[in-house]
Design a protein around this ligand. Sequence first.
Ligand code: 5GP
Ligand code: ZN
Length: 113
Amino acid sequence: MTDCIFCRIAAGEVGKLVYEDEFIAAFDDLNPQAPVHVLIVPKKHVARISEIGDEDAETAGRLIAVANKIARDRGIDSSGYRLVINCNEGAGQSVWHVHVHLLGGRAFAWPPG
Ligand code: 5GP
Ligand code: ZN
């Protein structure tokens, strides 16, 4: 058994998925920072986005396509949404399995904090 919590959630062992296909899983963030806050992850364990290489390019594209689909399903596509990937501690990464944050349902400041 893996001790990676996002591998376990993506495998359906714990929590509830809001989207799943052969390569990608998505679930609501435990500590939402916006009315819509969904995490989209590859089923393959990759610790950080900087480890995504040419061989993972298709999976990386799927992460965005799934985020866009969920944004449409949640009705935030026209109001606007933000996709965030934190890489390493200095950027705020705290879970070591690649994840795209889909945030929406409120206004966002720029530059981000
Ligand atoms: P990071 O800081 O790595 O960019 O984002 C990690 C995110 O995962 C945080 O927003 C945090 O709330 C969320 N998170 C951490 N542990 C869990 C968990 O066990 N379940 C869910 N659904 N979200 C989690
Ligand atoms: Zn993992």
